[in-house]
Design a protein around this ligand. Structure first.
Ligand code: BG6
Length: 455
């Protein structure tokens, strides 16, 4: 059963009507089974609730108590909160004050949507606030990337196979590239996005989560403590960027008008609810080192942007060149060193790129792909990231949620970059919508004699 609580003054019928429209439009099983939908809608309830109104929270509590008696929920409740970051402290206080967080009978868990705070200070304050009301193991900080099958598969790929792990280190790996690109713009979320920008919206959470899973040591067990302990160690090993390095190690860009997938689209500053002189970045790229034994000297290049040529999230593990050019420079002109590409989305899968001999009389090499595609190997449809995560929360398994120390460590890294950007270093560049970001993004790698791989 779901009890909606929001500022809108809706009746339960209005709420069910809205839910019906959305399920009919967005459900991934189409056409929707009318019987299932009817039974689902019968389990929806609604209580209008302004976040500054203590009486409204008391009404919410009475409604939950009433439904608990009718439906024998055992007092279990998950509070799933998708509100703007500044509202969380007040919301959590209200839940505590009216007794909704007290575990008198069943469990009381809270799910906090990203972004968790807007910087280290606000994230710490929110953590302190939450810990006054909920036990840490009842706090579920959601990052929907962790609910994606392909993201969880990074750990399976690395730790359930014996042939990749021996080469997964600085002896064999040249560099790591992570791309989180979207062809979308801000899609009516200009108000939120203009305060956030690509660094806070994606890099601080989704992209750094991909970094942790790629770089972590094998956990001793697949449980919440062991997995999250290893992830946080990676974030602690990320070398903080010095102020003097910001211009050479970070790039920020904002899209101007252009064409994406054949459609003309406006520039960022022309988007609704965006300030016409906004300095917010819609593209961010960062290069950094993970200072530990495994990754010493291996640069990590991370980029994320809106209005890229296409939607693509991938991790590219770029291996070193063979130590000796046995076949001669001319013969290997068309071949690249090995790379392993974990395609998070779309075309979910994994490719291993290696050299093969072009069939002909002489010796000529070319790079070919060995491909694994989820679609062709597995027939079952993967659950949506949120389906998986909401069920995990109900089951009390926080493995795929971020812990407070992870979030704070990620903010520590990102805050230093934000501070430098606010200071104008490096300056904001522009890029045409429908391209892979500003020129600076290419320079970031060119100075290291590398290039972004075309996804
Ligand atoms: C969200 C960001 O967390 O992730 C959005 O706030 C972004 O700006 C979205 O569009 C991307 O998610 P996905 O699953 O489409 O890659």
């Amino acid at each position: 059963m779901v009890v909606g609580a929001a500022m809108d003054d809706l009746s339960e019928d209005d709420f069910r009507g809205r839910a019906k429209d959305s399920v009919t439009k967005f459900s991934r099983t189409q056409p929707v089974d009318e019987e299932v939908l009817k039974s689902f809608l019968g389990n929806l309830f609604y209580v209008p609730c302004k976040f500054d109104d203590a009486e409204a929270f008391k009404r919410l509590k009475s409604r939950l108590d009433e439904l608990e008696n009718q439906r024998h929920t055992g007092g279990n409740a998950v509070f799933y909160c998708a509100v703007p970051p500044p509202v969380y402290p007040q919301l959590v206080t209200q839940l505590g004050a009216c007794g909704l967080a007290r575990e008198e009978r069943g469990y009381r868990r809270i799910i906090i949507e990203k972004p968790f705070g807007t910087d280290l200070k606000s994230a710490r304050e929110l953590n302190t606030q939450l810990q006054k009301v909920f036990r840490e193991d009842n706090v579920y900080r959601i990052d929907h990337y962790l609910g994606k099958e392909t993201v969880q598969n990074i750990m399976v790929f690395r730790f359930a196979n014996s042939i990749f792990e021996p080469v997964w280190n600085c002896n064999f790996v040249d560099s790591i590239q992570i791309t989180v690109g979207e062809e979308l713009g801000v899609e009516g979320r200009g108000g939120y996005y203009d305060q956030a920008g690509a660094l806070r919206d994606i890099v601080q959470n989704h992209a750094l989560q991909l970094v942790t899973l790629t770089a972590m040591e094998p956990p001793v067990a697949f449980d919440a403590t062991s997995v999250r302990d290893e992830k946080v160690k990676v974030l602690r090993a990320v070398r903080p960027l010095e102020v003097s390095e910001m211009a050479a190690h970070t790039v920020r860009g904002q899209y101007a008008g252009g064409f994406v997938l054949g459609q003309e689209v406006p520039g960022y500053r022309q988007e609704p609810s965006v300030k016409p002189d906004s300095e917010t970045e819609t593209f961010a790229a960062v290069k950094f080192q993970v200072d530990n034994w495994r990754w010493a000297g291996v640069p990590f290049y991370v980029r994320s942007g809106k209005r890229m040529p296409k939607r693509v999230t991938e991790i590219r593990v770029q291996f070193k060149r063979p130590p000796h050019l046995t076949f001669g420079r001319e013969q290997i002109r068309e071949t690249q060193p090995n790379a392993l590409v974990l395609r998070i989305q779309p075309e979910e899968g994994i490719s291993l790129k290696f050299s093969a001999k072009v069939p002909s009389g002489g010796i000529r090499l070319r790079t070919v792909n060995m491909d694994f595609l989820y679609l062709s190997s597995f027939v079952a449809d993967a659950p949506d990231a949120y389906e998986r995560l909401l069920v995990d929360c109900m089951l009390g398994d926080p493995t795929l949620f971020t812990r407070s120390d992870e979030v704070e460590q990620a903010w520590t890294f990102v805050d230093a970059i934000e501070a430098s950007w606010r200071d104008g270093k490096p300056p904001l560049e522009t890029y045409k919508a429908g391209t892979w970001g500003p020129k600076g993004a290419d320079r970031l790698l060119e100075v290291d004699a590398r290039r972004w791989a075309v996804p």
